[in-house]
Design a protein around this ligand. Structure first.
Ligand code: DC
Length: 231
């Protein structure tokens, strides 16, 4: 773990929830880096389930098939010079889980209680060691209600679609901005309206709206909240 001269020796659990494209990944990575913490992208786990389900021919409402699949999962995060990578049963699936198809499927499987239950246990285990930034949808509300610092990062749907469009730009088969905005709204509706662990801010979360803010400003705002908790 790196030096954290400004943030003392106390290690915290920090959660960052919010809708797709709000900037959670970028901000979480920087925050973890500045604090010398580990960074865990829990959306990648839901994407990993979606990827494995697709590969095994299990559809998103087949709870029995999903339950069986969950029993075979073996995920591992590896952080190296290429960034955070997800391995499933020893294979690097980091690139495969980032397609628009897998995004939609991940949102669908994430509404199934059997999937949430299995990933809950995996996430709890990853959180045993403090000094971590967990990014997701229900980190502060369900998985780590005990977290010392909780953020809810939001932005307008238009801003979020524009950011995703920039991320995809130049890649083969990249969708149009309007298509991305439609997908984002659909995913938000799925994620916010499901009965189990819906996307919403924890009561004690600090809400940050990143519309019109640059990354540095968002990170600095968050760091000032972290500082209050360690001093
Ligand atoms: O953050 P992401 O877009 O990679 O997440 C993919 C999907 O997984 C998202 O549509 C909602 C779901 N998800 C969830 O339900 N709970 C989490 N903690 C993280 C992601």
């Amino acid at each position: 773990m790196k030096n954290r001269p400004d943030y003392g020796e106390k290690l915290l659990l920090i959660t960052i929830d919010g809708p797709a494209g709000a900037g959670k990944t970028t901000v979480s990575k920087i925050l973890a880096e500045r604090l010398g913490y580990k960074y865990i992208d829990t959306g990648a786990l839901y994407r990993g389930v979606a990827y494995e389900a697709q590969k095994a021919g299990v559809v998103s409402d087949d709870d029995i098939g999903l339950e069986k699949l969950c029993g075979t999962l073996d995920f591992e995060f590896v952080m190296d010079e290429k960034g955070l990578r997800l391995f499933s049963n020893g294979a690097d699936i980091t690139g495969e889980i980032r397609t628009p198809d897998i995004s939609m499927l991940a949102s669908a499987v994430s509404a199934r209680p059997v999937v949430r239950e299995c990933l809950f246990a995996i996430q709890k285990e990853l959180g045993n060691e403090k000094g971590a930034v967990f990014e997701g949808r229900d980190m502060g509300t369900v998985v780590f209600p005990e977290a010392e610092v909780k953020f809810y990062l939001d932005a307008s749907a238009k801003t979020r679609a524009e950011r995703r469009h920039k991320e995809f730009a130049g890649k083969k088969g990249s969708p149009a901005a309007a298509e991305i905005e439609r997908d984002i709204k659909l995913r938000d509706a799925n994620d916010s309206n499901r009965s189990l662990a819906p996307l919403k801010p924890a009561e004690d979360a600090v809400i940050v709206d990143s519309t019109g803010l640059d990354i540095e400003t968002v990170v600095n705002r968050m760091l000032s909240h972290v500082k209050k908790r360690v001093s």
